[in-house]
Design a protein around this ligand. Structure first.
Ligand SMILES: Cc1cc2nc3c(=O)[nH]c(=O)nc-3n(C[C@H](O)[C@H](O)[C@H](O)COP(=O)(O)OP(=O)(O)OC[C@H]3O[C@@H](n4cnc5c(N)ncnc54)[C@H](O)[C@@H]3O)c2cc1C
Length: 392
């Protein structure tokens, strides 16, 4: 068990760690990924696979998503394996007049920012969605939204990165980060030995806080649990992603007009037809620590919500359900940044419900930061020190 060296050690083999390693390897850097379990064994296999701009605030947030969508179309051609990429667009549907007014304002706002959004009336919805409940008012569409299989996407990045020379150390836990006398990174201690390196990327998702503590910094990322139901393979109810408009309210913690249980578990319909026509039906949003047991009350609540929008769902069997932990930050933006007080220490984490959407842009930008290049997008809103300026 000898000591190794690397230009960069990436901690975490989820979608963010793998995208970062892939882009670093393209620049010719010598990279080691240390993953305590399997590749994609964390949140990146307990999620949906939507690559969305529809739910992003106009401005930096949506521009970053659009750039990532563009990069994913390049990855479809570049990576060695396919990952069920499709780009059918996605829609949000409204339950009442009030939501239609808010949706209209959202669409206008997005269009002014140059994004391909449009309103849909009751007839548009009914002609595309024959199984949608009759009382749905209308909705809106974002034409560029796409979808992938998140596990296959993570593996496609991993396999290609490996071919480019990245060393993947699975079932290996990072236990300590060594700093030199000036407080700069000098190595990473793992359960299978020491790796000398001057640069470390903390891509440990909801566990990033723990990695931050190894270098004496506070990383403000908390786990936000979500449940998903998987339906059996069935007739085609729809071919693209549909969400309820009030999902946006749930995502940003705003007030919604729903029953007590739906509010308590933060349930809002997210309906995703997969390539195999098994629907992923979600989801919930809760702060309950690192606990990932299935809560039957939440499952029931999600199922009720799905039937409210698609009454036909009451006859479709559910195969299984699963839970994942979204890496939440207080301002809903990830941290993609160097940490000034610990030279050589970087963070690429905190993507909450957008890690699949933002993996490509995160990996690209992180590779540019590490090699001191001009970044593809500005990274100011993603800096770690934005939280030091405000109360966390
Ligand atoms: C229900 C649900 C639905 C979602 N739907 C979507 C969606 O449709 N679109 C979207 O964009 N996003 C979605 N997300 C969010 C997305 O899944 C996450 O943002 C993303 O997977 C985070 O990736 P990550 O690489 O940061 O974390 P992870 O995938 O959790 O990877 C971190 C890795 O670090 C490893 N690690 C931790 N500590 C150590 C250590 N000490 N040593 C070595 N390794 C360590 C872990 O084992 C883990 O594999 C959803 C999430 C949930 C829960």
């Amino acid at each position: 068990m000898g000591n190794e060296t690397a230009d960069v050690v990436v901690i975490g083999g989820g979608i963010i760690g793998m995208a970062t390693s892939y882009y670093l390897s393209k620049l010719g850097l010598d990279v080691v990924v240390v993953e305590k379990g399997e590749i994609a064994g964390g949140t990146s296999s307990k999620c949906d696979g939507n690559i969305l701009a529809i739910d992003k605030e106009p401005g930096f947030d949506s521009q970053m998503s659009l750039k990532s969508q563009e990069l994913v179309t390049e990855l479809v051609k570049e990576l060695d394996e396919e990952f069920e990429y499709r780009a059918p667009g996605s829609i949000l549907v409204c339950e009442n007049e009030e939501e239609m007014v808010a949706a209209n304002a959202w669409v206008e706002h997005q269009k002014q920012a140059g994004l391909p959004f449009r309103m849909l009336d009751r007839n548009d919805i009914k002609s595309e969605w024959k199984y949608m409940a009759d009382d749905i008012y209308g909705g809106l569409e974002c034409a560029t939204d796409s979808t992938v299989n998140p596990v296959l996407f993570t593996y496609a990045l991993a396999v290609t990165a490996k071919r480019l020379g990245v060393r993947l150390k699975t079932h290996t836990t990072v236990t300590k980060i060594r700093l030199d006398a000036n407080g700069a990174v000098e190595g990473v201690e793992t359960s299978s030995g020491l790796i000398y390196t001057k640069q470390v990327v903390n891509a440990a998702g909801v566990w990033s806080k723990h990695i931050g503590q190894m270098v004496g910094i506070e990383v403000p990322i908390e786990p936000r649990k979500g449940h998903i139901l998987v339906s059996s393979r069935t007739k085609s109810i729809g071919t693209r992603k549909v969400m309820e408009f009030s999902y946006l309210m749930s995502k940003f913690g705003k007030e919604r007009k729903v029953d007590e249980e739906t509010e308590k578990y933060g349930v809002a319909l997210v309906f995703e037809p997969t390539a195999s026509q098994n629907f992923l039906i979600g989801s919930s949003r809760e702060f309950v620590g690192f606990q990932t047991q299935i809560n039957v009350d939440v499952i029931r609540c999600i199922a009720r919500r799905a039937i409210r929008f698609f009454p036909v769902m009451k006859d479709i069997p559910i195969l299984r359900s699963y839970c994942g932990l979204r890496p939440w930050t207080p301002d809903h933006l990830p941290i993609v940044s160097r940490v000034e007080e610990v030279p050589g220490f970087y963070i690429a984490a905190g993507h909450e419900g957008d890690g699949i959407s933002l993996a490509a842009i995160t990996g690209k930008v992180m590779s540019e930061l590490i090699t001191d290049q001009k970044t593809t997008i500005t990274t100011d809103p993603l800096r770690y020190d934005r939280f030091q300026k405000t109360e966390v």
